[in-house]
Write a new protein. Sequence first.
Length: 69
Amino acid sequence: LKLREKSINLNTAGADELVSLPGIGESTAEKIIEYRNKKGKFKKIQDIMNVKGIGQKKFDNIKEYLVVE
């Protein structure tokens, strides 16, 4: 699966979509979904760095694929 730019909406993506991101595995995908369920929608893509396990470096690798709508 070749990811397109701005193809993953952080507020609607399921685990299967999230794991397609470089460096994002099952457990991190679950944490992203858990975070969204607890805290509500992501306001901006940088908010994903509030999820445990996602730092600046990982964010830099995935940011081009992310949108929030």
